[in-house]
Design a protein around this ligand. Structure first.
Ligand code: NDP
Length: 359
């Protein structure tokens, strides 16, 4: 049977773009559907803007140290809107590069949402077009989790909205003790907000070496972040422009912004995977083998939607291994052992391999 495409990719993020470019360059007829801008979480609402915010926040601290080294800058100030404007221009530029790279490789980039009709057929929601493909790659990424059991959770924001704050909050509460919570605690305090981080465990960054965890925790406090541990969020109440969040240990924190950074979940909702017969695990992640193949032999998935190691370079390598195996006659399985992780805490932390406790 002849299909419209050899490969149809859902999602133009890190994994989807790498796979589609390589497959197209090998001569396959490839299309990529993206409902948002090209670039995915990393470029649009993750690593890249986060890193710019880390840089922005570090200047404030450098300025404080400068005088000790003989430098003087009169009237230094931070203009949040100016920074956001410049950051978003850069994100637009990078997103444009992602889109151009897809097209330059010979793949078709479709500005639309794709959903499964059956195991070889997808419908494009905006245009109403139906397309068929010999192979399909699911690369739809992940999305922040918001715990529904917390009363008033609708008053909280996720990391996605942190990149669109119109004003710098005077006081921000950050719930969580993982990558995103720790990174934004450093960023927001460096930019000038008063920051309180509340974590349900003993100390931040569970899973990292204990001495790393203690060091990051101490550095947060040294940078004026108030850290409350062993407390879980129960209820958020709005009063005027402020929000009071109540915790299980009976403490409460009032702030003008409340960020929940309590994990991310695979973005599979509404994709119609059941119509294609693709199996998900109990967290909603697409189940794949070491070649990123689902239980349906011609359907594959890479990146955060598979919830293996949710990092950009991993999605890229999974996408590359898929394209090499399926379109370049180079069977490759990405090795998920010993992948380095970096947390852009201040100072940043990098780890690879076993933790000391595991060893
Ligand atoms: P993480 O899984 O890193 O951390 C989630 C945090 O939220 C943990 O401290 C967890 O506690 C806590 N938590 C979970 N559920 C609740 C709840 N119901 N109430 C209160 N606290 C809760 O998730 P993030 O959202 O920070 O980041 C998501 C993923 O994105 C990361 O795991 C990583 O894969 C990726 N990422 C990578 C970055 C990088 O490479 N630098 C930067 C940002 C994100 P506990 O520890 O007790 O489970």
């Amino acid at each position: 049977m002849a299909y419209d495409y050899d490969l149809f990719v859902i999602g133009a993020g890190s994994g989807g773009v790498r796979a589609s470019r390589l497959a197209a360059m090998s001569g396959a007829k490839v299309a990529v559907a993206e409902e948002d801008r090209s670039g995915g979480t990393c470029v649009i609402r993750g690593c890249i803007p986060k890193k710019y915010m880390v840089y922005a926040s570090e200047f404030g601290r450098s300025l404080k140290h400068m005088e000790g080294y003989g430098w003087k800058i009169e009237n230094a100030s931070y203009d949040h809107n100016l920074f956001m404007d410049k950051m978003h221009r850069e994100i637009d530029r990078l997103s444009g590069i992602y889109a151009r790279n897809v097209k330059n490789a010979g793949a078709e980039l479709i500005d639309d949402r794709a959903e499964f009709v059956d195991a070889h057929t997808l419908t494009l929601k905006k245009s109403g077009r139906t397309v068929t493909a010999g192979k399909i790659l699911i690369a739809t990424g992940g999305w922040p989790v918001m715990p529904k059991e917390v009363e008033g959770i609708e008053h909280a924001i996720t990391s996605a909205e942190m990149f669109h704050l119109e004003q710098l909050p005077k006081h921000i509460l950050i719930v969580g003790g993982g990558y995103i919570a720790v990174e934004f605690a450093g960023i927001m305090s460096g930019l000038g907000s008063t920051v309180c981080l509340v974590y349900r465990g003993n100390t931040v960054l569970r899973g990292f070496d204990d001495d790393v965890r203690t060091h990051v925790h101490d550095e947060l406090k040294r940078k004026d972040v108030k850290v409350i541990t062993n407390a879980s969020p129960v209820r958020i109440e709005k009063a005027g422009d402020e929000f009071t969040t109540h915790f299980s240990n009976k403490e409460s924190v009032t702030a003008d912004k409340v960020l929940f950074a309590v994990g991310r979940e695979p973005h599979t909702n509404g994709l119609g995977l059941e119509k294609a017969g693709v199996k998900l695990n109990d967290k909603g992640a697409v189940i794949v083998d070491e070649h990123s193949r689902t239980n349906i032999p011609h359907i594959f998935a890479v990146g955060d939607v598979t919830d293996r190691i949710n990092l950009t370079p991993v999605a890229i390598r999974e996408g590359q291994a898929f394209a090499q195996s399926e379109f370049m006659n180079l069977p490759t399985a990405f090795d998920h052992a010993n992948v380095p992780h970096a947390v852009f805490a201040q100072p940043p932390v990098g780890v690879v391999g076993l933790s000391e406790a595991e060893a």
